[in-house]
Design a protein around this ligand. Structure first.
Ligand code: NAP
Length: 251
């Protein structure tokens, strides 16, 4: 490879973001591991550097403009101009509509949608300058509707419209934007859902596997594999797409 690509992955301390970070590093990219707490990203960075890769942990709240702009400036100064962005940071505040608080709504919309907006806006100048870029936004099968997730479903459906618009606006500059919509993936997020429902996590996984076409639940590496393809050099004609990675045709 001529020049090393610089990637930013948000919410990368654990779960899907950590797996994506490790995969992009294994693909040859330098990776900025962004999470709320810089110290929390250290494990991901250590696993990348132990494997011979290059990574940097950065603490930033994706919903805070000043912190996002500072994070992107730090990446550019310490790793190089970022031209790959994976908007992965996420939270759940599940509640049925009649019990959903203003804060449940605002927090979820802020982290997923505002976070993806702020990071994409801050990074696009580097991509346009390089006449090359890749943006991948994490949507979800919940975008199609899911009980108890009016906030999350709205945010994840919003990610899809946001992605398609980025694809249109940034395409002329060699930048692609795509969304990955995972089904059930084993992470702390789904473990917390099982706990909230009072269901044993192992039993929860078995039940979800039984209703999935390929008869298994997803792992973070399933998502990392798809992201790796979308940010690859050869994927330059794939843009504005939503790829459901859910072990079957529907949620
Ligand atoms: P996870 O294990 O809960 O990890 C999410 C990470 O995001 C955590 O490290 C968290 O940090 C970080 N984060 C939360 N708020 C943040 C903020 N404001 N700024 C920066 N970082 C923040 O979740 P996951 O399962 O890996 O999910 C990753 C993405 O995939 C999310 O967008 C999620 O909605 C999406 N997704 C997941 C599934 C699934 O089944 N797991 C399915 C569909 C879509 P803290 O630990 O400090 O909170």
């Amino acid at each position: 490879m001529s020049e090393q690509r610089i990637a930013i992955v948000t919410g990368a301390a654990r779960g899907i973001g950590a797996a994506v970070s490790r995969r992009l590093a294994a693909d040859g990219m330098a990776v900025a591991v962004v999470d709320l707490d810089e110290a929390a990203g250290k494990a991901t960075v250590d696993s990348i550097t132990a494997a011979g890769g290059r990574a940097l942990a950065i603490g930033a709240d994706v919903a805070d403009r000043a912190q996002v702009d500072a994070a992107v400036e730090r990446v550019a100064a310490e790793l190089g101009a970022p031209t790959v962005l994976v908007n992965n940071a996420g939270v759940l505040r599940d509640n049925l509509l009649f019990k959903m608080s203003d804060d449940d709504w605002d927090t979820v919309l802020a982290v997923h949608l505002r976070g993806a907006f702020l990071f994409s806006r801050a990074v696009q100048a580097h991509m346009v300058g390089a006449k090359w870029g890749r943006i991948v936004n994490l949507s979800s099968t919940s975008a199609l509707g899911n009980r108890g997730q009016a906030n999350y479903a709205a945010a994840k459906a919003g990610m899809q419209g946001f992605t398609k618009t980025l694809a249109i606006e940034l395409g002329p500059f060699g930048v692609t934007a795509n969304a990955v919509a995972p089904g059930f993936i084993v992470t702390e997020m789904t473990a917390s859902t099982a706990a909230r429902l009072g269901v044993d996590f192992e039993e929860f996984q078995k039940a979800r596997a039984a209703e999935t076409a390929v008869r298994r639940i997803g792992m973070p590496d399933d998502i990392a594999h798809t992201v790796s393809f979308l940010v690859s050099e050869g994927a330059s004609f794939v843009s504005g797409q939503v790829i459901y990675v859910a072990g079957g045709p529907r949620a």
